[in-house]
Design a binder for this molecule. Structure first.
Ligand code: FAD
Length: 400
């Protein structure tokens, strides 16, 4: 595959690079470089900056306000965003429910929801998993019973990422149990989080963060017009969405950026009087991970090419999800090894922000290494666990 950039593509790369360097809020850049968590307001501000430039709907068709970029432009954009160490836009609106609404939604739904998603006026979260339905999602039990012009929703969702910030949730719900296959009778419903009967309870993760939640529905009345597509066809829509999600979780550009930074850190960090970069065994591990990333990068480019020719990402997206998240975890483990004892202390955000770099324990963002390592354990679970991805690859890619 030829990935030499044309003059136009290089000009585009320079435009993206300049925009990221010069036109985004400096305080956010500073927080990012020091691994300080961004607030809801920070994320919205960032996404609104992208929208003001016309760059929020990277994968969306032009007719819905998307960029209409080529595969290579999208690749350049993602790579430059990672290289500038910018946060990843929250995926639930732009990357997930947006494409479902413009593909399967009614004209009214497109007009009502898509502009707010593009402009980051509304924060979405994803309500698929339930206490008894994760890998075996078709066993979900949240019920939506039609009562006049409303669905009445009862049940619970779990692991709902950033639901504490969300204005709306898109849910897979059971509208019928009288079906031949469990995948039938599931519908795709959009629910306003402010509706009476919706409650959110935090789940605190291994690194002490509040990132995921339980969401409970008790007699929640949802207008019938919030059903996307046909009743009972939610499984089909949800599967398309999961493939989009899996393509997005590979994180190749970000892993490449982090490995580049790690090489720099290895040159600076001293172990037993020698720079870490002189440890051939450690540097060999970095090189081996870089080689695997390069191979995955080409697989991602092939998938992007298919998507840009109008196809939804297929089961190949499972390869990206599985391998990409394994590599993210491998990079996090290498950082842990490089940071050594400095990775151990817990360092609150305020401390990182208030103290000059030279006065901190360890070397800046390094002090968050163990938190990031623990946080990244999630990557092989969310979006469908990696064991499930291997099953999909075996069945639908290898035909076993
Ligand atoms: C940090 C985080 C954020 C998340 N965010 C969201 C979100 O925003 N919205 C949402 O809907 N969900 C979210 N999830 C849920 C996620 O999709 C599920 O955790 C995942 O699908 C696994 O389901 P489960 O946790 O019920 O585990 P289970 O399905 O109970 O699986 C337990 C273990 O058994 C293995 N296993 C299960 N079935 C098989 C099989 N057939 N073959 C081989 N191995 C198998 C699994 O790989 C896993 O290791 C999130 C999860 C995490 C950890």
């Amino acid at each position: 595959m030829n990935v030499t950039f044309t003059a136009d593509e290089l000009a585009f790369r320079d435009e993206v690079r300049t925009f990221f360097r010069e036109e985004l809020p400096e305080d956010m850049r500073q927080k990012q470089s020091q691994a300080v968590e961004l607030s809801r307001e920070d994320m919205i501000r960032f996404q609104k900056c992208l929208h003001a430039k016309g760059w929020s709907g990277v994968n969306w068709p032009v007719e819905y306000g998307g960029t209409g970029w080529s595969t290579i432009q999208k690749y350049i954009y993602a790579t430059e965003m990672a290289a500038a160490n910018l946060p990843e836009p929250i995926p639930f609106g732009i990357g997930m429910v947006g494409p479902i609404i413009y593909t399967f939604g009614s004209e009214e739904q497109k007009q009502r929801f898509l502009p707010d998603i593009l402009e980051s006026n509304v924060w979405w979260c994803q309500g698929y998993s339930e206490p008894g339905a994760g890998s075996d999602l078709a066993s979900l039990k949240t019920r939506a019973n039609l009562d006049g012009g409303h669905y009445v929703v009862n049940g619970s969702k779990t692991w709902t990422t950033l639901a504490q910030h969300a204005d709306w949730i898109f849910c897979l719900v059971r509208t019928s149990s009288d079906v031949a296959r469990r995948q039938e009778g599931i519908s795709f419903l959009l629910i306003d989080m402010q509706t009476p009967g919706v409650t959110v309870k935090p789940i605190i993760t291994i690194e002490g963060d509040h990132e995921v939640n339980e969401v409970h529905f008790e007699n929640v009345r949802v207008p019938r017009e919030n059903l996307v597509g046909e009743e009972g066809k939610g499984w089909t829509y949800g599967k398309v969405l999961l493939q989009h999600e899996r393509t997005g979780t590979a994180g190749v550009a970000r892993s490449k950026y982090r490995l580049k930074q790690l090489r720099r850190q290895a040159a600076r960090s001293v172990r037993g009087g020698e720079p870490l970069a002189a440890d051939r065994n450690f540097m060999r591990k970095i090189a081996a991970t870089e080689v695997e990333l390069k191979a995955l990068e080409f697989t991602e480019l092939r998938t992007l090419a298919a998507v840009s020719s109008g196809k939804a990402p297929g089961p190949e997206s499972s390869i990206l999800k599985f391998k990409g998240t394994e590599l993210q975890q491998a990079v996090a483990a290498l950082y842990l090894e490089a940071a050594g004892y400095y990775a151990l202390p817990y360092v609150p955000d305020q401390y990182v922000l208030d103290f000059p770099e030279q006065d901190r324990v360890g070397e800046g963002a390094e002090t968050k290494t163990s938190l990031r390592y623990f946080n990244f354990r999630k990557t092989s679970i969310y979006g469908g666990s990696n064991e499930i991805q291997k099953n999909i690859i075996a069945k639908h890619v290898l035909g076993l």
